[in-house]
Design a protein around this ligand. Structure first.
Ligand code: ADP
Ligand code: MG
Length: 340
């Protein structure tokens, strides 16, 4: 066969395989967009594990007509300058999510800026665009994703049950809510009993949000982390050694506001608790690291869930120190200490 350029909608579908693996990845991309748009309140509705419906409504800055049209194009983003890959401060930056979702579902994007007299809605139905059409709405953006992968049987087949897709969506929302205490989250839809996590601000905001999401029980049985070491700030809460779990599902890690999975952080928590907790028990932690963005590479994985620290030793030391200090103030003294 001769070499030929692939058509745009096929390119989008291939890319969609990486960005939108399952309903929870769609939810993650859309809620991150709402947060990047400065939303104070985000309402998330899903049905049938997100496979039939995902609806995200926010009160962020919205998009005007030109931006709305660009938003569903591939590699179109308002968040990345020509050469600032080393300095990423927003959650999104690849400009792929909406284009990818529109290629594998019926996507509608409705948006209104503060200046606009009405909203506009654009539809992309499995790659075919229509609109924009006027739509009455408040300032902000409402995105609906219907019948995800319905026209891609091979992918739909690999999805798990509605129940486990719902669990994955809930996990994604939990992490985003934990990372953004000042944003009001509302969860609705036939997939769940509704949850409502009002914004918490000021002193103790983080503890307030952790109480909403992880339960008051955790907050009452945890110590607060608050240290800065070699430019690395560690915050959050760590459960007492008497408050552990049989698996690591209750360990949450955030780096510069982004939920991550990372072996260096997991290893550091394990080391910090080594003196107090049996090897088969896992401390419950919500650990927040703030570090110079130039010290982390987040561009390792399309879903941005993995990262790489430039100086792993410094990060490990900072986490061990933060937990050690907090546990010591609660009366737990470690036999080993970190060298300064
Ligand atoms: P990225 O987030 O990587 O830029 P997306 O495909 O997720 O790419 O979104 C494309 C663009 O559409 C964003 O850069 C942003 O300008 C706009 N956009 C998407 N969602 C929203 C939203 N909820 N509110 C305002 N603008 C949005
Ligand atoms: Mg995005």
């Amino acid at each position: 066969m001769p070499i030929r350029q692939l058509p745009e909608d096929l390119i989008n579908r291939i890319a969609a395989g990486e960005v939108v693996e399952r309903p929870s990845s769609v939810v993650k991309e859309l809620v991150e967009n709402s947060i990047d748009a400065g939303a104070r309140r985000i309402t998330i509705t899903t049905a049938n594990g997100g496979m039939d419906l995902i609806r995200i409504a926010d009160d962020g800055h919205g998009m005007d007509r030109d931006d709305l049209l660009l938003s569903v194009e591939r590699h179109a983003t308002s968040k990345l300058g020509a050469d600032d890959l080393d300095d990423i401060r927003t959650l999104g930056f690849r400009g792929e999510a909406l284009a990818s979702i529109g290629s594998v579902a019926r996507l509608s994007v409705a948006s209104r800026t503060a200046e606009a007299e009405s909203g506009l809605v654009l539809v992309v139905d499995n790659g075919r665009r229509s609109g924009p059409m006027p739509q009455a709405m408040n300032r902000g953006t409402v995105i609906e994703v219907k019948d995800l992968f319905a026209q891609i049987p091979a992918r739909r087949k690999f999805l798990k049950s509605a129940r486990s897709e719902t669990a994955a969506i809930t996990d994604v929302i939990k992490r985003l809510a934990m990372a953004n205490p000042a944003v009001h989250f509302v969860l609705e839809g036939s997939d769940r009993t509704a949850s409502n996590w009002p914004a918490v601000t000021g002193e103790g905001a983080l503890g307030g949000r952790l109480g909403q999401v992880m339960g008051a029980d955790f907050v009452e049985n945890a110590v607060t982390l608050a240290t800065a070491r070699h430019g690395i700030v560690v915050a959050g809460m760590a459960g007492l050694p008497t408050y552990t779990r049989a698996n690591s599902l209750s360990q949450f890690y955030f780096v510069n506001g982004r939920s991550v999975r990372d072996k260096v952080l997991v290893g550091a928590v394990r080391a910090a608790f080594a003196d107090y907790v049996f090897r088969d028990r896992f401390p419950v932690v919500a650990l927040y690291l703030a570090i110079d963005p130039a010290e982390v590479d987040v561009n390792v994985h399309p879903a941005k869930a993995e990262l790489r620290f430039r100086d792993q030793g410094a990060v490990r030391g900072a986490v061990i120190k933060a937990i050690g200090t907090a546990l010591a103030s609660a009366g737990f003294k470690a036999s080993t200490s970190v060298a300064e």
